[in-house]
Design a binder for this molecule. Structure first.
Ligand code: 8GP
Length: 739
């Protein structure tokens, strides 16, 4: 979520009054807002997407509730020591959280472990789960006010507390110390966010978190429904459950369990409800990103849920056999249960089977889902598959973070309506060559560059030239996002400048290269990329011969509030994922809105950006998604350019020191190991960089491209995404506040 103060007072329409009131008390609004810490309750793009979507849901008056966990420790704080990433705990609740409302009376018991027995109720056989452990989920509400509406929606986060009922026994038996330890065990469920945004570790605590979150939320949903409704037949009309990735997909088994075992519906009726209420969006491209829960783990922690999942699977496979016959390969692939040395539950298969709609997060992603990841399912149920290209909220990413641009856009469009109706941005196209707008547009960029330059200096002591192109790549560090390609490009640039004579140096476009992002604590290669960035920066920034022609800065602890400062100050932003690997990407949308030019591969949502702003207004490069497979097949016969081999050799030869440490990194990108195709894309990357240089020196052209970038950003607002979900997936209407 990042910070809340500015966002909230702007959305409520009271920013100026609030600032006046503060100044009467002797405080400056801007200074005060800077004091707020970030709520870092997620890892990266996936979580920030939800935050943007909550803002849009509130603004568009949709009746929605967001659920999550109130982690005591959010995403780790990244500290850099000697160029190495160190992780420090983010105990963000240390000084309290003024935005949350603790609902002491809204608590639900959450059960774990135990056994399932058969019992008879009114002559009917039913299952009874006798749990082995119980904790309480306490609700903490975080209001999300919409912009230009009185509608405020709720982000309800659950915190785990020990259940008194459960502990009384041990206290009474005199086992005081054990009883206290048990209480702490309960609290540990919501204590920490897992800091890896890709892989599923199959840890019991993680599974406990998922079920804790799901169970409390489902109880809350049932309670709300039952407050005003009697018959479950109405449930699908009133409730739509959106699964964001498979992390909450245990909700399917949980809703089924509640309907069967607690509400005593027949399997048939319960299943009918399930099929009408769930929709699933996957945010990942790679099969390894899909969660699989070991059967032993699940059976031990949630015995009844495992039974239900087996029953769902049995029915599904029987139906499937009727449809496709005894095609065992396909049956094996589509089964929810994966056989093998370790038997697993495939949560993605469960989600696809039980959801009425399966969404991808960009057109390309959806195509990959239909033709690769979920091909078998697509062949069976083509009607289930849709896509909703991601979007971001212009309220946070322009209005809050770039007030000067916000004022400028409103002035030229003659209205502030674009803040709710982003399509109006297109009106900027009419002024794309207007000299007066150009002047003002450049001024705004300059103000933001000054702010960023001051931040860089305060953080690292490095003074950067405002005339240089501010070239930014900020996102989680991952091999597929290819920060390494960026660094190799920077080394190449450095090497070229070093070998230039005086005259040629005059033609070099000065650059400040900015890289930022966190690496998962256990992700060795990503951590090496961070270190490489630092040693290269050390070399370049201390080379007096280079001066302002090239600087490299690593911005530590990249988070929402850092992004709010970095993005408006960027001239160019880089999105370098190997085509077919970034499901959507949302950082690019924030840069685009802020009039920053994009240097990018044709991946994820970038492809759709090209359609909106035109290929001439961005710097596209690299292999296309359909070419990537063929390039990989070429493997050892693939020729890499000399320039590429040269920069890798510089690292290997210790030009930047630490050659032993970087050996494995170099090995990963040479020869057949270059899975993410850095070598294959290198020349095309350098050409795109040269094109960016050429455009930058032509100020008028650059400014026009920048204006056209903002003007074409309308499609990438989360307002559009949410509207599409509301109409095509959830079938819900806005619900306006009557006063
Ligand atoms: C991310 C995608 O990588 C990114 O392209 C997309 O913009 C974002 O989701 C929002 O849709 N996906 C994840 O972070 C993700 O799927 N993480 C889970 C696999 C653990």
């Amino acid at each position: 979520m990042g910070r809340s103060l500015s966002n909230i007072v702007i959305n409520l329409g009271i920013r100026d009054q609030f600032a006046d009131a503060l100044s009467q008390l002797g405080f400056d609004f801007e200074v005060l807002a800077e004091q707020e810490g970030d709520a870092c309750l997620g890892n990266g793009g996936l979580a920030r997407l939800s935050a943007c979507q909550m803002d849009s849901l509130a603004t568009l008056d949709y009746p929605a509730v967001g659920y999550g966990l109130r982690y005591q420790y959010g995403l780790f704080r990244q500290v850099i020591v000697d160029g190495f990433q160190h992780e420090q705990p983010d105990y963000w609740l240390n000084f309290g959280n003024p935005w949350e409302i603790e609902r002491v009376h809204i608590t639900y018991p959450v059960k774990f472990y135990g056994t399932v027995t058969d019992e008879f109720l009114n002559g009917e056989k039913c299952k009874v789960w006798v749990p082995g452990e119980m904790v309480e989920a306490v609700a903490y509400d975080n209001p999300i006010p919409g912009y230009g509406t009185r509608n405020t929606i709720n982000l309800r986060l659950w915190a785990a507390k020990p259940s008194d009922q459960h502990d009384m026994e041990s206290f009474n038996t005199g086992d005081y110390v054990d009883a206290v330890v048990n209480r702490q065990r309960a609290e540990s469920i919501s204590s920490i966010l897992y800091p890896d945004d890709r892989s599923y570790q199959g840890k019991e605590l993680r599974l406990k978190q998922q079920y804790f979150f799901v169970s409390a939320s489902v109880q809350d949903i049932f309670r709300r429904f039952k407050d005003t409704h009697k018959k479950f037949d109405e449930f699908p009309e009133k409730v739509a459950l959106q699964l964001n990735d498979t992390h909450p997909s245990l909700a399917i088994a949980e809703v089924m369990r509640v309907l069967l075992d607690e509400e005593h519906l027949s399997w048939h009726r319960a299943w009918d409800i399930i099929c009408k209420i769930f929709s699933f969006t996957t945010h990942t491209v790679s099969p390894e990103g899909l969660e699989k829960i070991p059967v032993d783990l699940l059976g031990n922690l949630l015995p009844r849920h495992l039974q239900i999942i087996y029953d769902i699977n049995f029915n599904f496979v029987e139906e499937l056999k009727k449809m496709i016959g005894l095609d065992y390969d396909r049956l094996t692939r589509m089964s929810i249960v994966e056989e093998g040395a370790v038997k697993n539950i495939r949560m993605a298969n469960l989600s696809v089977i039980c959801s009425h709609t399966v969404n991808g997060v960009s057109r390309l992603h959806s195509e990959l889902l239909r033709t690769k990841l979920f091909k078998d399912f697509y062949d069976l149920w083509p009607h289930k598959f849709q896509y909703k290209t991601n979007g971001v909220t212009q309220r946070r990413w322009i209005v809050v973070s770039n007030p000067s641009l916000c004022a400028l856009i409103s002035k030229w469009l003659g209205t502030e309506s674009w803040i709710r109706d982003i399509d109006l941005l297109i009106g900027l196209r009419d002024y794309a060559t207007n000299a007066e707008l150009h002047q003002e547009w450049k001024m705004v960029k300059k103000v933001n560059k000054i702010r960023l330059a001051e931040y860089i200096e305060a953080m690292s002591g490095l003074k950067v030239s405002l005339d240089a192109m501010f070239d930014v790549q900020t996102k989680r560090i991952h091999e597929y996002k290819r920060q390494l390609l960026n660094i190799l490009g920077i080394i190449h640039r450095y090497d070229c400048i070093k070998n230039m004579d005086k005259n040629d140096r005059k033609k070099v476009v000065p650059r400040v290269c900015i890289i930022g992002g966190k690496a998962a604590p256990g992700y060795e290669i990503a951590k090496k990329i961070i270190k490489l960035c630092h040693v290269v920066a050390e070399k370049i920034n201390n080379d007096n011969d280079i001066g302002d022609l090239l600087k490299l800065v690593f911005i530590p602890d990249y988070n929402v509030s850092v992004a709010e400062m970095v993005i408006p100050g960027a001239d160019l932003s880089q999105h370098l994922s190997t085509a077919g690997h970034e499901a959507s990407g949302t950082g690019s949308m924030k840069f685009l809105m802020n009039g920053c030019l994009l240097l990018a591969t044709a991946d994820g949502s970038t492809i759709e950006m090209v359609e909106e702003i035109g290929q001439d207004n961005m710097f596209l490069f690299g292999a296309k998604a359909h070419e990537v497979v063929a390039l990989r097949k070429k493997g050892p016969t693939l020729k890499v350019p000399l320039q590429f081999s040269r920069v890798v050799r510089m690292i290997r030869d210790g030009h930047f020191g630490f050659e032993d440490y970087f050996k494995s990194l170099c090995d990963k990108i040479e020869g057949t190991s270059d899975y993410f195709l850095l070598g294959a894309d290198f020349m095309s990357y350098l050409e795109a960089q040269a094109a960016a240089d050429k455009a930058f020196v032509d100020e008028e052209r650059w400014t026009k491209m920048s204006i056209l970038s903002s003007a074409g950003a309308g499609r990438f607002s989360s307002d559009r995404t949410i509207q599409e979900y509301a109409e095509n997936t959830w079938d819900i209407q806005p619900c306006r506040c009557p006063f």
